[in-house]
Ligand binder design. Sequence first.
Ligand SMILES: [Zn+2]
Ligand SMILES: [Zn+2]
Length: 214
Amino acid sequence: MTEIKRITCGTVNCYLLESKNKAVLVDTGGAGYEEKVWAACAGKDIRLLILTHGHIDHIQNAAYLAQRASIPIAIHQKDLELIQDQFSQPLASTGIFGRALKIASERKMQKEHIQTFTPEIFLSEGDTLEPFGIQASVLELPGHTEGSIGLDVDGQAVIVGDALMHMLRPGMASIYTDRRKLRESAEKITALGERMVYFGHGTPTTNRDWACKR
Ligand SMILES: [Zn+2]
Ligand SMILES: [Zn+2]
């Protein structure tokens, strides 16, 4: 049984997956939240830091936390370039809220600094976290970014990164690099069936039909 602990960092969530005495950290939040995340990790035997994708709000504390916990960093290879250049995958948006979110995100990407780090593990579809003591497998969920991933945890919960967001209401991300792939990823999450869905932004809800037909 894996316990999922949500750590809120302003509007962004990180998650601590715990089983018996082992743990894996998913995402890191943005600058200013590093001590809060580290405090949530205190006393846990953390084995790995997984980044759901390369956007600044999820990776900004990666260097700090990986160093403090002495753990490797894992990401999908397709988001590697995004770590160095936030604009290597241009964003498009849907609706007025999406446009506002895109402007706010790009402003943050332009202004703020990401401390350099080097992922040592590249994750892809079906990879299991068993070597790190956690019953979860990797889901490729491209669309929000090319290398977006999620985690199917214990067959009971799914961490979706930013493929889905729960901001105004839960649904497909309103900013993305590829809308067609994003819709396919949303359908893939729906097809998992009964799960609690844990978002990169917002509170968890139950799984449902996510794919927007527009
Ligand atoms: Zn994102
Ligand atoms: Zn995000």
